[in-house]
Design a protein around this ligand. Structure first.
Ligand code: F6P
Length: 545
């Protein structure tokens, strides 16, 4: 057993988990439950009252956090200690949204001046492009931005831009290409005019196959359409921590925006990786996004554990994963602009906490990161919510909704909100057999049919959910919301004693993919691998089954 599962707190939580009353009862016996189990900060309200939790549960969970030195670990992250131990790196995405007056030391150097200089460089670039001063090779202003990147160098820019659609500069269109599938870039290029298109190549490492291949294809297209090699600088910029490699690749040195090793890819939208966002919404709004995230950083760093939103959300999710065998967690956004957020949180959490050994290399004997999935309400209600209500798996849910819509037409938003709140209520209270039977009282069914149908209509309820509300979806509230999930992920990783900031699991697939690529292009058929891999490669070489 690991120290964690041996600990008396863990054992106490395990015993306690078997003795929690149904949430219906918890609400029936405590009219103040919402007041006691909700909190507001940074423009967000979290209602966590619809959870399988009593005051004792929370006390035990906070004790677990304290026992895991959570507070010291939070301090270590903000202070720039090398908490990504396997890659020997500090983890300082929080520095990207700190104020200019702060001083944060990484590897012996204050990094804030560099962060601010990069923001200033972004500002100059955004002004130049959006004012029309930045001209393409035929003297026309830029109309289309294409972000080329993958993983954290794609999801953040794409999903935040999508979420902040009401703030877009109407003169600009933005596109993203991530997949190495040639269809992805081909379909985009069909929409574009090389004279007015600007490509932003985003790759922290500048070594990611998909991004390099897509950028080369874009450059070939640009040259084939009439651009000259000497015009490339007007149409290609890059964001990377590997400036030397970007220069070698042919990106003009002035067009390279730096980022740093102490920013993880999935935590990088706050850096120059966010350039497509800044171009679309303008620098003032981009700074408001950073400032919302900074407010959440301050809250996370300073609020006591018992009033700390990311801590509470992290602990509750861990509660279900480790003590109720919940293997997934669903994020349901009741706002069309936030439809991409579940995919963003999916990378954030699964790439961070999909780990099986502790920091000192011991195999864990408890579940770590759950599968994160989700989608937008109300669409999911007519699809996978059935399983949430009546399936055998326990799937804790987060419901996220702004109180005011950017598009307040007729009764739409009232209906959206009523569905959101109605779902959390249904999940919590369920429907008993007697209630189901009573609903059938006036039907023409026989008594035995009523009994049977009532059994099918029973919903056990007691399904946990959090509800997160904000007044309106703005750059600032979105910044706070994303930072909330970043820190929630951190809390869980800290308690599980894993490294939430490396991603060795993706390496093997990348390496083997390169090996297969060489075999596909070799003179001889493949015969040195397992029978399945050889056969698949050779079928591919033949181009038919
Ligand atoms: O920005 P890069 O270096 O191209 O990496 C892209 C993505 O690839 C990963 O390393 C995973 O393969 C992610 O962590 C990262 O966000």
């Amino acid at each position: 057993m690991t120290l964690l599962t041996q600990s008396s707190i863990w054992q106490a939580l395990s015993t306690h988990s078997k003795n929690i009353p149904h949430m219906r009862e918890l609400f029936a016996t405590d009219a103040a439950r919402f007041n006691k189990m909700s909190l507001s900060s940074c423009g967000l309200l979290l209602d966590y009252s619809k959870n399988r939790a009593t005051a004792e549960t929370l006390d035990l969970l906070f004790a677990l956090a304290s026992n895991s030195q959570l507070e010291a670990k939070i301090k270590a992250m903000f202070a720039g200690e090398i908490i990504n131990t396997t890659e020997k790196r500090a983890v300082l995405h929080t520095a990207l949204r700190s104020t200019a007056e702060q001083s944060i030391i990484a590897e012996g150097q204050d990094i804030i001046p560099e962060v601010q200089q990069t923001l200033d460089k972004m500002q100059g670039f955004v002004n130049s492009v959006t004012s029309g001063n930045w001209k393409g090779y035929t003297g026309k202003a830029i109309t289309d931005i294409v972000g080329i990147g993958i993983g954290g160098s794609f999801l953040g820019p794409k999903i935040v831009s999508q979420a902040l659609r009401p703030y877009w500069n109407p003169e600009l269109k933005c596109h993203f290409v991530a997949n190495v599938d040639g269809t992805s870039i081909s379909e985009k290029l069909k929409l574009l005019d090389p004279e007015t298109t600007l490509f932003i190549m985003s790759s922290k490492s500048f070594g990611t196959q998909e991004t390099l291949t897509n950028t080369l294809t874009a450059r070939d297209w640009f040259l084939a359409k009439g651009g000259l090699q000497s015009d490339v600088a007007k149409h290609f910029v890059a964001v990377t921590s590997n400036v030397a490699k970007a220069t070698d690749f042919g990106i003009d040195a002035d067009n390279i925006f730096p980022m740093w090793d102490w920013v993880g890819g999935r935590y990088s939208l706050w850096s120059a990786i966010g350039l497509p966002i800044a171009l679309l919404i303008g620098m003032d709004n981009f700074r408001a996004l950073l400032s919302g995230a900074h407010q959440m950083d301050e809250h996370f760093a300073n609020a006591p554990l018992t009033e700390n939103m990311p801590v509470i959300m992290g602990l509750l999710s861990l509660w279900y994963g480790n003590f109720f065998n919940a293997q997934s967690h669903v994020v349901l956004t009741y706002d069309h602009y936030l439809r991409g957020l579940p995919a963003y949180f999916q990378q954030l959490d699964m790439e961070s906490n999909g780990k099986s050994v502790t920091l000192n290399g011991t195999n864990v004997d408890y579940s770590t990161g759950p599968v994160i999935w989700g989608g937008e309400g109300t669409n999911g209600q007519h699809a996978y919510h059935q399983l949430l209500h009546q399936g055998t798996a326990l799937i804790p849910a987060d419901f996220i909704m702004p109180l005011q819509s950017h598009n307040p037409i007729g009764e739409h938003h009232d209906q959206l909100a009523s569905n959101c709140f109605g779902q959390t209520q249904a999940l919590m209270q369920g429907r008993t057999f007697d209630e189901a039977l009573a609903e059938l009282a006036n039907s023409t069914l026989s008594e035995s049919e009523k009994q049977l149908i009532a059994k099918h209509k029973v919903m056990p309820g007691n399904k946990p959910s959090n509800t997160l509300l904000m007044d309106k979806l703005t750059p600032s509230t979105l910044g706070a919301l994303i930072a909330l999930y970043e820190h929630r992920t951190f809390v869980q990783g800290a308690i599980w004693d894993i490294n939430s900031f490396d991603q060795w699991g993706v390496e093997l697939g990348k390496n083997l993919g390169n090996d297969v690529l060489a075999r596909i292009g070799a003179e001889q058929d493949s015969d040195a691998l397992d029978a399945s891999s050889n056969a698949l490669i050779n079928l591919y070489r033949q181009g038919k089954i």
